[in-house]
Ligand binder design. Sequence first.
Ligand code: ZN
Length: 104
Amino acid sequence: MSLFADTKLKYLQKGMVDRVKYLDNLHNVILPSFIKKIQQNDKTVLKEVVLPEWLNWDLLFDWASQIKIENGKRCTLCGNGNEVGILFKEKWICDECLLRLKDV
Ligand SMILES: [Zn+2]
């Protein structure tokens, strides 16, 4: 099992539902452009994204490494071809739309 899945299970068993929820929604917190940086082990991300203390870099890195970032695809939501985005539940969503969804 991956560190991420392992940690999530651990929190689930301890009844730390808030943390499990947070981990499940990480893609709403961290934009694809940041995910890309995390995948490259670029820790400057930590200065730009506010994360809870318990969420360490190894966990973040493990999470990011499982996300498929693809460039130049057409966004499911806005229909624009965009530079950065993620594949989320089989749908490709661009950075801008994710940002907008986050604000709702
Ligand atoms: Zn879009």
